[in-house]
Write a protein that binds this ligand. Structure first.
Ligand SMILES: C[S@@+](CC[C@H](N)C(=O)[O-])C[C@H]1O[C@@H](n2cnc3c(N)ncnc32)[C@H](O)[C@@H]1O
Length: 405
């Protein structure tokens, strides 16, 4: 049932100005015939050295702007000016309830209030705030099927959204650092940065990366996705419209797909088993300055360790299946890092999502610096000899240039 807007907004004010109970408030959408200054605004409380403050993160079409307003007059004033904006929706989460306010075509308010199943914690940690690179209501998430029509990530797709967001975050900083250090050239509209996503599947990462780099960073990019299985989404015009830029797709294997001209940034998110090795080998073949690979399952070395257990005492680490699998994961990625280092890459191994979300959360970020790590070749040889394994990436690199291996 509708009610006067002023009365409903007064209740929003009371909820938002209660630091002990506010979890988060979000203003979005627009009223009929009007346009707020911001596309979306998020509010929460944070504890700063100077005291508690209302943190306001406001999104325009390209970026997030964050400001902290000390509790008291400053926070009250900041909220009042946001309430004066013609947002179409206010969503307020408190510790015990959620309130959804929608402004009707007639300018009244319809408010739905629901109790929470379990009380939520109010979190004041300042550094928890990582403004989203792409907010949940970005059109790309709707066409990717991760968000609903209201621009909220579906509960069942939270994991994928988080994975893509965190991968983008590492891509973003990787590109920034590589540009600043001169490892990547500055792209231009005529000569955009060439990016390939190998084993792109349904293209969640491919399209989100294109969207973020094009629309938010305003970086000229040419994004290509490669997978052995073409997906209907690749040719869906609604996808191109939501991304705001075209994306190319190549149906083929990672090892053989023709991507011309050679990509400069190579991405691979959960390419199965040795497909990650193929992706890394292609990156080396192309001389790609920046490579981001989050490996998936590691069956190859696990199978080798099962067939040929290492000599004692290392056999203690491979006797039980679960330990062997975990060891194989670590060994595979350590070996990949070492081989890339022998090819002039600086390699960082990082966690890209928390392990509670997926155990496949390691990410290799490799930047081609040209500096060769002199001792790493010998260490690598000793490691694989000790474990009696033959990594697939080594075979692939050997095929490319046996002299260097
Ligand atoms: C687990 S899915 C990941 C998809 C996507 N990167 C993501 O994270 O949503 C792995 C994808 O890799 C593709 N793939 C595996 N091996 C491949 C190969 N050798 N060449 C091309 N695609 C491959 C599969 O078809 C599948 O789409």
């Amino acid at each position: 049932m509708s009610e006067p807007l002023d009365a409903a907004l007064a209740r929003v004010t009371a909820h938002v100005l209660d630091p002990e109970r506010l979890v988060r408030a979000v203003a979005s959408g627009r009223r009929r015939g009007e346009r707020p200054q911001w596309r979306r605004v998020e509010l929460r409380y944070v504890d700063l050295r100077a005291g508690r403050a209302l943190q306001v993160t406001a999104y325009d079409d390209s970026q997030a702007h964050t400001a902290n307003h000390p509790v008291g007059d400053a926070a009250t004033g900041a909220l009042a000016s946001l309430l004066a904006e013609p947002f179409g929706n206010w969503h307020v989460d408190t510790a015990t309830e959620t309130h959804q306010l929608r402004v009707t075509k007639k300018g009244d308010a319809v408010v739905h209030t629901n109790p929470r199943e379990a009380p939520a914690m109010v979190d004041f940690e300042h550094d928890r705030e990582k403004s989203r690179l792409l907010p949940e209501d970005d059109p790309v998430f709707r066409v990717l099927g991760l968000a609903d029509e209201q621009g909220r990530i579906k509960p069942s797709r939270q994991g994928k959204y988080r994975q893509v967001e965190e991968f983008l975050r590492i891509l973003d900083s990787g590109i920034t650092d590589a540009l600043a250090a001169g490892h990547l050239r500055r792209p231009t509209a005529d000569d955009p940065l060439r990016i390939v996503d190998l084993g792109c599947g349904n293209a969640y990462l491919t399209l989100a990366a294109n969207r973020y780099l094009t629309a938010v960073r305003e970086l000229p990019v040419l994004v290509v996705g490669v997978d052995r299985r073409a997906q209907p989404r690749w040719t869906d015009p609604a996808v191109t419209e939501a991304v705001g830029a075209p994306t190319c797709f190549v149906e083929g294997t990672i090892g053989d797909a023709v991507v011309d001209p050679a990509p400069e940034v190579v991405l691979a998110l959960h390419a199965c088993d040795t497909a990650t090795d193929e992706a890394l080998a292609r990156a080396v073949e192309w001389g790609a300055p920046l490579v981001l690979a989050a490996p998936c399952c590691h069956h190859d070395l696990a199978a080798q360790l099962r067939r040929t257990p290492p000599p004692s005492p290392n056999s203690l680490l491979t006797r039980s299946g679960i330990l062997r699998e975990r060891l194989a994961d670590t060994l595979t990625d350590a070996v990949r890092g070492a081989l890339l280092r022998t090819r002039g890459y600086r390699v960082e191994v990082m966690q890209f999502v928390e392990s509670k979300h997926t155990p496949r959360n390691t990410l290799l970020r490799a930047t081609l610096t040209g500096a060769r790590d002199s001792g790493v070749g010998e260490e690598y040889a000793a490691l694989v000899a000790q474990w009696g394994v033959h990594p697939r990436l080594a075979e692939l690199l050997d095929e490319q240039s046996p002299a260097d291996a």
